[in-house]
Design a protein around this ligand. Structure first.
Ligand code: SAM
Length: 396
C-alpha cells in the first residue's frame, strides 16, 4: 500500500528534492521489491544532464539485463510516492551531505534513519565546484564498475582501486570535451576501437558514457593480444547483458578496421601506438586518443647534436629526449594529416607513471600542411633519425 501522510517519508522525499536541486544528489536505490516482475532486483536513480536538461536516470536492474528510463524531478517524486511501500520496501538515499535509510515493515510502519554521509571526507575533497563537475562524468554506482572490482556492492570505491577510479574519470572528462568539439554526440551511431584494451576498464567506461549518459547507439571493439583477457572481458560484457561491446584477440599491427569514429590506444606498447594512430587516420576517425608507452624505435637512431651532447650524455636525459621526439613527431604527423593535436599530462604522476596523452581531433576544414612537413624533415635531420614507424605507415 502506498505511504500517505507520513512525516518520515515526506522528510525523505524532501531530502531527495533538495539534494537534486542543490546538485548534491548522488543516488537513491529502491530495493526489497515485491511485485510481479520476478527478475527485478532494484532501481538505482541518479541525476543526469541530458541535452542541457537536469533529469533523473532510473536504472532497472534485472537478473539478466538492465533498462534505463529518464524522468523529471516531479515525475520521479510521483513514482516514489506510488512505489515505496507498495512494491519497494527499502529506499536508500545518498547525497553529498546525508545518507538516509527508509524501510517499510509488513504492517506498513515507516522507519527512517538519517545521518551525515560517512564518506563525506572522501567526497568533499572531490567535490569543490570544479571537481564536482568533473566527478559527474562517471557515476560510482554504474554496474560495470562493480563487475570490474572498482566499487563494492554498496557502490563505494574499493580503496586499492582509487587510482584506477581517478584515471577512468579523467579519461572520460578529456574524451567528453573532444566529443563536444567534434559533435559526435549528435551521431545516430558511433564506432569506437580500443587497441590494447587490457582489462578494459576504459573500454567499458567509454561504452557506458555513450550508451547511458549520451544515449547514443554505440559499437565498441576492444582489441587485445592476450586471449585470457579477451575471454574475461567478453564474459563481463555478457554478465552485464551489454549490447554493442565486444573484445577480439588480435595484434593491432595486423588488425583491419573501417569506419571508426574514435580510436583509443592507451598504453599500447612501443610502435603498436603508431599502428593504432595510423589506423585512426586511415579510417578517418574524428578523435584519436593515445597514451604512448615504451619508446624503443627512435632512441637507438638518435645522434646527440653537438650543442646538446653534454646534456644527452646522461642516459636518463637521452631517454626523455627520445620520448619527446617520438611523441612530438607523432603529434606533428597527426597535424599534417588534418588533425588539431594536443600533447598533455593525462593524469598526474601520483597516479601512474604513464601519464602522457596525445589527443587529436579531426579538423573540419583542410589547410596547407607544407610547413609542418618541412618541420618534421628538419627535426629528423637534426637528430639523425632515419625511420619513424608512423611516418612510414602513412607514406605507404
Ligand atoms: C598496459 S596495458 C593497458 C590496458 C588499457 N588500455 C589501459 O590503459 O588500462 C597494455 C595492453 O596492450 C596489449 N597490447 C600490447 N601490444 C599490443 C598489440 N600490438 N596489439 C594488441 N594489444 C597489445 C597488452 O597485452 C596489454 O594488455
Amino acid at each position: 500500500m502506498p505511504i500517505i501522510d507520513n512525516v518520515e517519508f515526506d522528510q525523505f522525499l524532501q531530502t531527495f528534492d533538495s539534494a537534486f536541486n542543490d546538485q548534491q544528489l548522488q543516488r537513491l536505490v529502491l530495493s526489497k521489491y515485491k511485485g510481479e516482475e520476478t527478475e527485478l532486483k532494484r532501481i538505482t536513480v541518479r541525476p543526469l544532464l541530458l541535452k542541457g536538461q537536469q533529469l533523473l536516470s532510473f536504472l532497472y536492474e534485472y537478473k539478466t539485463n538492465h533498462i534505463t528510463k529518464n524522468l523529471s524531478l516531479s515525475e520521479s517524486l510521483e513514482f516514489f510516492k506510488a512505489q515505496v511501500g507498495n512494491h519497494f520496501f527499502n529506499a536508500h538515499l545518498l547525497t553529498d551531505q546525508w545518507e538516509a535509510q527508509l524501510s517499510v515493515s509488513k504492517k506498513a510502519k515507516v522507519l527512517m534513519k538519517k545521518y551525515p554521509n560517512k564518506n563525506k571526507t572522501l567526497q568533499t575533497t572531490e567535490t569543490t565546484s570544479h571537481d564536482r563537475a568533473k566527478n559527474r562524468f562517471v557515476e560510482q554506482d554504474r554496474p560495470y564498475l562493480r563487475e570490474l572490482g572498482v566499487t563494492d556492492n554498496k557502490g563505494s570505491i574499493i580503496p586499492a582501486m582509487s587510482r584506477k577510479w581517478k584515471q577512468i574519470n579523467r579519461f572520460i572528462e578529456v574524451l567528453s570535451r573532444a566529443i563536444d568539439n567534434t559533435g559526435l554526440a549528435k551521431h545516430d551511431k558511433v564506432h569506437i576501437a580500443d587497441f590494447g584494451s587490457g582489462k578494459a576498464y576504459l573500454t567499458f567506461a567509454v561504452h557506458d558514457y555513450f550508451v547511458d549518459k549520451l544515449q547514443v547507439k554505440t559499437e565498441v571493439t576492444g582489441v587485445e593480444l592476450r586471449q585470457n583477457l579477451v575471454d574475461l572481458c567478453n564474459s563481463t560484457a555478457q554478465k552485464l547483458a551489454l549490447e554493442g561491446i565486444k573484445f577480439e584477440q588480435g595484434d593491432v599491427q595486423h588488425f583491419k578496421a573501417q569506419g571508426i569514429n574514435i580510436m583509443i590506444a592507451l598504453h599500447a606498447c612501443d610502435i603498436a601506438t603508431d599502428y593504432a594512430i595510423h589506423m585512426g587516420i586511415r579510417t578517418g576517425a574524428e578523435i584519436i586518443m593515445c597514451s604512448p608507452c615504451c619508446h624503443k624505435q627512435i632512441r637507438p637512431q638518435m645522434k646527440s647534436p653537438t650543442t646538446l651532447a653534454p646534456l644527452l650524455q646522461h642516459g636518463i636525459h637521452m631517454g626523455q629526449e627520445a620520448e619527446m621526439v617520438t611523441d612530438g613527431l607523432r603529434a606533428l604527423l597527426l597535424e599534417a594529416h588534418g588533425y588539431d593535436t594536443q600533447v598533455f599530462e593525462f593524469i598526474s604522476l601520483e597516479h601512474t607513471s604513464k601519464n602522457k596523452m596525445i589527443l587529436a581531433q579531426k579538423r573540419k576544414q583542410s589547410r596547407d600542411n607544407s610547413a609542418i612537413i618541412a618541420q618534421i624533415k628538419s627535426i629528423k635531420e637534426f637528430y639523425g633519425i632515419k625511420e619513424h614507424c608512423l611516418e612510414e605507415l602513412l607514406a605507404n
